[in-house]
Design a protein around this ligand. Structure first.
Ligand code: HPA
Length: 237
């Protein structure tokens, strides 16, 4: 049992889906996994293990933002020997080429967090997605006729950001969308030599102000979870 996860040793699968919202974790477990059992309710940050097509898979809520996600991801890697983490979340579109409900595969993540500046004593670290997971997710999307965009996201620590001008500067350099977890997830995967990928659906468009409805979010979320599960199972541990 780790500090923030109440799971017994061996209760978490080597493959973990990581939604931010613990209720989404429960919905994924109930909708997609066979014989899912809850392994942690600590702070209501629910985690479940079940199986998908006969393969053990866990799903763990991460909370919002990098400090929260980093706690759960660190414990998954160091206390439960998790090998693959696929974040399934939402993002705000910056690129005009993206529409609501589009799916983004994050190849890397810029950030306004100072964590890596401190970790690397002023150097900038560019945290990458795992190529095998990225390729498998892309193949799964093409196979399902679901268009996806592959590119960089911006992991901000401030949902309510005073410097939107800097967000738009990142957009000028091709950053597709803004979310709040990926830079920390990819950095921790690099540190612990594990595999990670973020798959996000566009829940809102920062430029146009459009937003998805709750129904649309649920449907799109389900499509994305299927992509994530296909990708994880396609990549050997
Ligand atoms: N900002 C940060 N994270 C997000 C957003 C946003 O606008 N939309 C969905 N996740």
């Amino acid at each position: 049992m780790s500090t923030h996860l109440g799971a017994a040793p061996g209760a978490v699968s080597p493959r973990v889906l990581l939604p931010g919202d613990p209720r989404r974790a429960q919905w994924i477990a109930e909708t997609f996994l066979d014989e899912a059992e809850c392994y942690s309710t600590v702070r209501n940050m629910l985690g479940f293990t079940g199986s998908y097509r006969g393969v053990p898979v866990s799903v763990q809520g991460s909370g919002m933002g990098q400090p929260s996600a980093a706690i759960y991801v660190t414990e998954l890697f160091t206390e439960y020997d998790v090998q693959q983490v696929v974040r399934v979340g939402t993002c705000g579109a910056l690129s005009e080429d993206l529409a609501l409900r589009d799916v983004v595969l994050a190849i890397s993540a810029a950030t306004d967090a100072s964590t890596n500046r401190l970790r690397f004593e002023g150097l900038d670290f560019c945290p990458p997605a795992d190529f095998a997971l990225l390729q498998a997710a892309h193949d799964a999307a093409v196979g399902r006729d679901r268009p996806v965009s592959v590119g960089q996201v911006f992991s901000t620590d401030s949902f309510y950001n005073d410097r939107s001008d800097l967000t738009w500067r990142l957009a000028e350099y091709g950053v597709l969308a803004v979310e709040m977890e990926t830079n920390a997830l990819y950095t921790l995967a690099a540190k612990h030599t594990r595999s990670a990928l973020t798959i996000c659906t566009v829940s809102d468009h920062i430029k146009t102000g459009e937003q998805t409805t709750a129904d649309e979010r649920e449907k799109t979320f389900g499509d994305m979870v299927e992509l994530a599960l296909d990708a994880m199972l396609a990549v050997p541990l």
